[in-house]
Design a protein around this ligand. Structure first.
Ligand code: ARG
Length: 249
């Protein structure tokens, strides 16, 4: 009898232990927050119903699906994004972010997932025809972007108007407050398509690589992200996402 009780007790303990060990699996899925400035179609924009969409959002979602995280998008002004990653206010950022040496001092970048080109958008009939004509022109940019840095360096702060959102820079171009807007090629195409009387100049300003940005202390998440990104590249998912937004138009 004693032996039976001992056996039952042991079995109960094993079951209790197994139940405890299993418990973490029932825990809620962890959420990763991603910072972006959702004014940058086709990489990130807000749908009519208020939801976020775009190449960056879909890639982030695919990576979170692979890694078992829920994705939460945090829309903010572009010039606050690096600081948000640095302070840990968000887990990472995807926002058509160009890899630069200066930013590398503040954040870690993932492997690159896309290329960008800085281009010049002007009104049809503008006197500005090439990069060389930018001297003395009033240039509109989004604050804190590479376009902002290049133009400020090359043409001086006094000739550059910084806007928090690209749509504001485009408005300023339309009503003549600036002579051109310097921005990334794909968003430039989207803005020119959505606004009559604008065009993109043939001459490009600079070539860039886009990547996600991570907090310097979170190398574990960065590694997981790069691994998942590599798989999405290899199995064609990445190309498929890009095509949904770019080639299929
Ligand atoms: N590629 C440029 C940069 O990294 C512009 C990115 C702007 N992104 C945005 N979501 N508004 O500075």
């Amino acid at each position: 009898m004693k032996k039976l009780i001992a056996l039952l007790l042991a079995l109960t303990m094993i079951f209790a232990f197994a139940a405890c060990a299993k418990a973490p699996a029932k825990e809620e899925t962890k959420t990763l927050t991603m910072a972006c400035s959702a004014d940058f179609p086709p990489y990130e924009f807000v749908n009519d119903d208020g939801s976020y969409a775009g190449i960056d959002v879909d890639i982030a979602q695919a990576i979170c699906d692979k890694l078992g995280y829920k994705l939460e998008v945090k829309d903010m002004d572009f010039d606050g994004i690096i600081a948000a990653v640095e302070s840990g206010a968000v887990n990472f950022a995807m926002s058509g972010l160009t890899i630069t040496d200066e930013r590398k001092e503040s954040v870690n970048f993932s492997d690159s997932y896309a290329k960008g080109v800085q281009v010049i958008v002007v009104k049809e009939g503008s006197k500005i025809a090439t990069v060389d004509d930018l001297d003395g022109a009033k240039i509109g940019v989004q604050a804190g972007t590479t376009g902002d840095f290049y133009c400020t360096d090359d043409y001086g702060q006094e000739n550059v108007s910084q806007y928090t959102k690209y749509a504001m820079a485009v408005e300023a171009l339309k009503n003549g407050q600036v002579d051109c807007v310097v921005l990334d090629n794909e968003p430039a195409k989207a803005f020119v398509e959505a606004n009559e009387g604008l065009k993109i100049l043939d001459t490009a300003y600079a070539d860039e690589d886009y990547a996600a940005a991570f907090n310097k202390n979170d190398t574990e998440l960065l590694e997981q992200f790069n691994k998942a990104l590599g798989e999405l590249k290899a199995d064609g998912t990445l190309d498929k996402i890009v095509e949904t937004y770019i080639n299929a138009k």
